[in-house]
Design a protein around this ligand. Structure first.
Ligand SMILES: Nc1ncnc2c1ncn2[C@@H]1O[C@H](COP(=O)(O)OP(=O)(O)OP(=O)(O)O)[C@@H](O)[C@H]1O
Ligand SMILES: [Mg+2]
Length: 382
């Protein structure tokens, strides 16, 4: 994937931007508040139809302006060009692909495939497991869109089962006095939950394994030779091995959790409670024991591993959007990260530090200086 041209109108502090971008490493240098992250945010917006910083669409429209526009000419990895366009107006999104209006956003998301890293991405590691499940599921669905009905089936079974639990236990720990029909319904939804749940756990375990095959060597390339190792592990309360026992294990755990379910009145085991673990040196939880720099390295490597997997499986090398990715890394790691970046088709990387910019410049195709929402090639004196 490559971004060939970008046009912005009234997006954050960009009143007008019309610019062509080459392949390779593109550096956005500039002081705090210049608009470096804003530019990456715009590209990310077109990719995911949401910001990496806010849930409020209005925030990204330039102060006092009625609408914001992001328009891009892109080329996929076979050099087939396509145009994507997004207008944000009155809190609504209007999307076009090659001039055609798009009404179902799922037809659009992922067309401009990007992977990003920004300082807040550390919450991917340290935050709620929901975030990690979401990333895994998004990637699974990208690789295997046929799984969508399985997810729908699981969500539906879970919702219904939880409703039945609430009816069956009108108050925590106290069962309905005529529970027969409710128990039958519970049993039916339990079977549906197990059917779809087992499929999801299997797929997630599978994708964690292939992602880990990308992640481990990438992390090793980033860390010093004798440094720490980090790996990924799918974590579930349900014993995942042996595989042919998975459904039986899930059923057993559900039946063992009856008491908890009676007091909490919702389903407490299954893929909706699982997690993706980042494991330090084979045994410890990185989010508890890792240093800030190690955690940042791992969050970044995770995005790089997703990009590598996409390249391997879909022959699609996503745009890399790296916002302030080098800070807090020691000099060795910076160099190693840049070596990895060079192997990608197009990488946008921001920095507010002249020292960092000097480090990246020899490897970059172009360096832009950003100032007040304007970009000028560095050294052009503009
Ligand atoms: N909706 C908006 N309209 C106009 N300007 C905005 C809007 N939202 C944010 N800004 C401005 O954008 C600037 C922040 O830009 P950005 O986050 O891209 O900075 P940056 O170059 O990444 O800085 P840093 O190095 O600190 O990360 C702020 O000055 C802010 O006032
Ligand atoms: Mg920034």
């Amino acid at each position: 994937m490559r971004l060939k041209r970008l046009k912005l109108r009234d997006f954050r502090n960009y009143e007008r931007l019309d610019l062509e971008f080459p392949a390779g490493i593109i550096v956005l240098a500039g002081a705090n508040g210049a608009g470096k992250s804003n530019l990456l945010e715009a590209i990310h917006y077109l990719s995911y139809l949401k910001s990496f910083r806010t849930n409020r669409d209005r925030e990204v429209v330039r102060y006092s302006c009625p609408l914001a526009l992001i328009e891009a000419r892109l080329a996929d990895d076979d050099e087939r060009p396509f145009d994507a366009r997004l207008v944000l107006k009155s809190g609504k999104r209007h999307v076009r692909l090659n001039g055609n209006d798009i009404t179902r956003f799922q037809d659009f998301i992922g067309r401009l495939h990007s992977q990003f890293f920004f300082p807040g991405d550390l919450t991917l590691l340290t935050g709620d497991p929901t975030l990690r499940r979401e990333v895994l599921d998004l990637e699974l669905l990208r690789l295997k869109p046929v799984l969508l009905p399985v997810y729908q089936k699981f969500r539906n079974a879970l919702k219904q089962r939880n409703s039945v639990l609430k009816l069956l236990y009108p108050q925590p720990g106290r069962r309905h006095n005529r529970p027969v029909d409710l128990l039958k319904a519970l049993e039916a939804y339990t079977e549906q939950l197990i059917g779809a749940g087992v499929a999801i756990m299997r797929e997630r375990r599978g994708i964690t394994k292939v992602l880990n095959e990308q992640f481990v060597p990438l992390y090793a390339r980033l860390a010093p030779p004798e440094g720490e190792s980090v790996s990924l592990r799918y974590l579930s309360a349900v014993p995942l091995e042996p595989d042919d026992q998975l459904a039986a294990n899930y059923r057993r755990l559900l039946s063992e959790s009856q008491e908890t379910e009676a007091s909490l009145r919702f389903t407490t085991v299954g893929p909706h409670r699982d997690d993706l673990g980042f494991i330090l040196d084979g045994e410890r939880d990185l989010k508890r024991y890792g240093s800030q720099g190690q955690q940042r390295s791992a969050a970044l490597t995770f995005r790089l591993a997703l990009a590598a997997l996409s390249r391997q499986r879909l022959s699609d090398d996503p745009l890399l959007l790296l916002d302030d990715a080098l800070s807090e890394m020691d000099d060795e790691r910076k160099q190693r990260l840049l070596a990895i970046c060079r192997q990608h088709r197009q990488v946008f990387i921001t920095s507010a530090s002249q020292r960092e910019v000097d480090l990246i410049s020899p490897l970059a195709t172009v360096v832009y200086t950003v100032e007040d929402g304007l970009l000028a090639p560095a050294g052009s004196g503009q």
